[in-house]
Design a protein around this ligand. Structure first.
Ligand SMILES: *Cc1c(COP(=O)(O)O)cnc(C)c1O
Length: 366
């Protein structure tokens, strides 16, 4: 049970709008995999995946096996690719009908050993190739080994092969990206020729969908774009904001000139003023770097700067010129620009802001 008045609202009609925007960029027949790792980018994995399943996305991806189990326990039926399954969890992964990304000889052979031992037939697996990110994946020179292994067994079925772009959002790195796409295409061709059946091929994340149509192959992996963000500010306005964070005023104080507010006297009043205290702090994911006037929230249509140091459970804001009282609603963010402003204040990217809000904050869909 969570009765926190601080609420992260998830606008599902915006998710639908954004999904359809990206679908409109695809050739007919190109599948959509929705990436719902990290609690669906900090929103709510169950609200998002139930909704996206109704929208007939073809696949889900999560990072870890536990995230996939959460979806299965909630009744999600869509295939789920586990991007970073961990060898120690492979048996659990099979138990929950999750599909592993196999990225190295060790995990690949361990999985085949297990699928043989469990006498599975045609269990769907996915193989990742490293085309330049140098994070997870086989080298192109491992292709012969993989084809040989796959042909000599029937416990696993190669559902897809994939790779990941290093800098799909960065036009200055387009040569690097195009080389990655070429390298993946050549691997894909080898599999098509030699495997005897056609696995799905995919390598585009959100920015890849926008910037590299030639990298769509027959599935794309859409994550951040669902929440209204791309690398291109112009395109963001064609997308809709999904997440809004709202709270209420706990208390109002009249502060005399020269008094301080908050821990370590982090703010000293230069005039007589009025402050409001809000029930959200750094333990909720409201970073300490958002304090000291670096960000503002919105009270009754007016901007109110965050003053002094962010506490673990609270912040104080300047509402000197704003009509407001205890219990009034406060909007911490409700637009893509608000979220980008928070990211700028903390010298980070939108991905990190979205995933920062902790489970203490209540999630609701609207
Ligand atoms: C997170 C992730 C994605 C989604 O990326 P976005 O930029 O959020 O669309 C796609 N593929 C892989 C392998 C990922 O880890």
């Amino acid at each position: 049970m969570n009765n926190n008045p601080t609420v992260l609202e998830i606008d599902l009609s915006s998710i639908e709008h954004n999904l359809n925007f990206f679908r409109s960029k695809l050739q007919k027949g190109t599948k959509v995999l929705a990436v719902v790792k990290a609690s669906a980018y900090g929103s709510d994995p169950l609200i998002l995946s139930h909704f996206l399943e109704q929208q007939h996305v073809d696949y889900f991806a999560v990072a870890y096996t536990d995230e996939g189990i959460t979806l299965r326990n909630a009744g999600i039926k869509t295939p789920i690719l586990v991007l970073h399954p961990q060898i120690s969890n492979l048996e659990l992964l099979i138990e929950y009908d999750l599909e592993p990304n196999l990225y190295s000889k060790k995990i690949f052979l361990d999985f085949l050993h297990l699928s043989n031992r469990l006498k599975l037939t045609a269990y769907p697996i996915h193989i990742k190739f490293n085309t330049g990110l140098n994070r997870l994946g086989f080298k192109s020179s491992d292709t012969d080994f993989l084809l040989e292994q796959l042909k000599n067994q029937d416990s696993a079925y190669l559902s897809s092969i994939f790779s990941h772009l290093v800098a799909s959002e960065d036009g200055n790195e387009s040569v690097y990206s195009i080389n990655q796409i070429k390298a993946f295409k050549s691997i894909a061709d080898d599999f098509t020729t030699s495997l005897g059946y056609q696995p799905v091929m995919h390598m585009s994340n959100t920015s890849g969908i926008i910037n590299y149509p030639e990298a769509h192959f027959n599935m794309v992996r859409l994550g951040l774009g669902l929440f209204g963000f791309t690398n291109d500010p112009k395109l963001n306005s064609s997308l809709k904001n999904v997440l809004s964070l709202k709270t209420v005023i706990s208390q109002i104080h009249q502060i005399d000139m020269g008094q301080s507010v908050g821990y370590n006297r982090g703010f000293i009043s230069q005039k007589d003023m009025k402050t409001a205290t809000l029930p959200i702090g750094h333990a909720d994911g409201f970073f300490r770097s958002f304090g000291q006037g670096m960000t503002s929230v919105e009270v009754n249509g007016h901007k109110a700067p965050v003053i002094g140091n962010v506490c673990m459970d609270m912040i104080m804001i300047d509402v000197t010129n704003i009509q407001c009282e205890e219990g009034d609603q406060v909007i911490i963010f409700d637009s893509q620009q608000d979220i980008l402003d928070l990211a700028n204040a903390a010298s980070t990217i939108s991905y990190e802001i979205l995933t920062a809000f902790t489970s203490r904050i209540r999630r609701i869909s609207i």
